[in-house]
Design a protein around this ligand. Structure first.
Ligand SMILES: [Zn+2]
Ligand SMILES: [Zn+2]
Length: 183
């Protein structure tokens, strides 16, 4: 079998997400556990990426029925981005619950909303790709209480306040003294 060199230097099968389902389809109503992982490059949403070379993990229960295969389980992948407030690095894991169908593309059981079942083979990669893209965060924060950058001077307000902030501006202290005369 052809192999490709993975990120960690281990040999990986060239098509890690292809699953043969002939036996499963012969015994309608049976299930099989499939755990695959592999590299899916080019996974990215607006400002959030799954770094090229990182491993997407697919853990599914496959169940056959007369019309095809149902796949249910979890898809996991790491992501990196920039905090939408301060621009600092953020990272995390997508853990997407999936329940999807694979069905023939032609004939009596054809289902154009399902992933394709080609002969007795299914490819879990499109399912994994869709699940990861849907699961990526839209506008991640480095932490919930991130103060972000000052829009005027660009100071990282997590590290120190800046003089653009009205509360910290010494020019206002005289006015404050007039408004609130000492008792
Ligand atoms: Zn931040
Ligand atoms: Zn400032």
């Amino acid at each position: 079998m052809a192999t490709a060199l993975g990120q960690e230097g281990t040999r990986r099968p060239a098509r890690p997400f292809i699953v043969q389902v002939a036996a499963l389809r012969k015994a309608i109503g049976t299930s099989r556990h499939e755990h695959r992982d592999g590299i899916i490059n080019g996974l990215a949403a607006v400002g959030v990426v799954v770094p090229d070379g990182s491993v997407t993990d697919v853990d599914l229960e496959l169940t056959s029925d007369p019309g095809g295969i149902t796949a249910q389980g979890v898809v996991k992948a790491p992501w990196t981005s920039e905090c939408r407030r301060c621009g600092g690095p953020v990272s995390g894991m997508v853990e997407a619950d999936v329940r999807e169908r694979f069905a023939p593309t032609t004939g009596r059981y054809a289902d154009e909303d399902a992933y394709p079942l080609t002969g007795d083979e299914i490819d879990l990669e499109p399912l994994a790709r869709d699940a990861v893209l849907l699961g990526l965060p839209l506008a991640p924060l480095c932490r919930e209480e991130c103060r972000g950058l000052c829009p005027v001077c660009g100071t990282d307000l997590n590290e120190s306040p800046c003089t653009c902030q009205p509360a910290g501006d010494p020019r206002w202290s005289a006015l404050d003294a007039l408004r609130d005369p000492p008792a």
